[in-house]
Design a protein around this ligand. Structure first.
Ligand SMILES: N[C@@H](CCC(=O)N[C@@H](CS)C(=O)NCC(=O)O)C(=O)O
Length: 209
């Protein structure tokens, strides 16, 4: 197996952390998104959508989309469980992971892609020629505020995001927060449950991946 990754990309970081939590070794190959290596023919053959992460199996089969890669790895290496065990837990992990991606990562991405000079003609991931729209920076910022508000309200009721146990949903939220923090949007001071959840997740060795 091999993971196509870009060290700064939050979506491939989700998979790196997941792999580290499973305590398995997967070789990693960097694809430089900043120079547009992901848009070149060589990588397009691995992933027609030109996104990282991609997991390539030993027979050359490629799997994309971070949650699908994690689901494959969970089937191959079931312990520790990170996608739930019972039908209800599995559903909650999927639902919360999607919220953390759609309301967290996607909104930070919107701020970043429409504000970063290097992407002024690459405002959509995996594509070239889409001009940045400065107004979307503000929409992204409002989306991140909404994400923080809902995260806090969830963590007032639940130890981890999807329930009693740590899961991919926590990994995705953690990656979204770290990405938002680089854009000077850390978790608000008053969001005490989110801040203590973040501190405990940040102590897990896998989050260094
Ligand atoms: N839904 C996808 C999102 C993948 C994605 O957007 N990856 C970004 C990096 S975080 C990317 O490859 N961007 C390519 C680009 O910037 O052109 C997943 O879960 O893997």
């Amino acid at each position: 197996m091999k993971l196509y990754d870009f060290a700064m990309a939050p979506n491939s970081r989700r998979v790196r952390i997941f792999i580290a939590e499973k305590n398995i070794k997967v070789p990693v190959e960097q694809v430089d998104l900043l120079s547009g290596e992901n848009l070149e023919e060589k990588y397009r053959k691995k992933n027609q959508f030109c996104l990282v992460p991609t997991l390539e199996l030993d027979d050359g089969t490629c799997i994309d989309e971070a949650p699908a890669i994690c689901s494959y790895l969970e089937s191959c290496y079931p312990e520790p469980r990170l996608l739930g065990t019972t039908p209800l837990e599995i559903a909650h992990v999927q639902s919360w992971d999607r919220h953390m991606e759609n309301q967290g990562l996607a909104c930070v991405g919107e701020m970043f892609r429409n504000g970063f000079a290097g992407f002024k003609n690459r405002s959509l991931p995996g594509r070239d020629g889409d001009k940045a729209i400065p107004d979307l920076i503000e929409r992204g910022r409002r989306g991140v505020e909404f994400f923080y508000e809902h995260l806090e309200s969830r963590l007032q009721q639940s130890k981890y995001i999807a329930g009693d146990t740590y899961s991919l949903a926590d990994i995705t939220a953690f990656c979204a927060i770290e990405f938002a923090t680089t854009l000077r949007m850390p978790t608000p001071e008053g969001n005490t449950k989110s801040r203590s959840w973040y501190d405990s997740v940040a102590q897990r060795p896998a989050t260094k991946a």
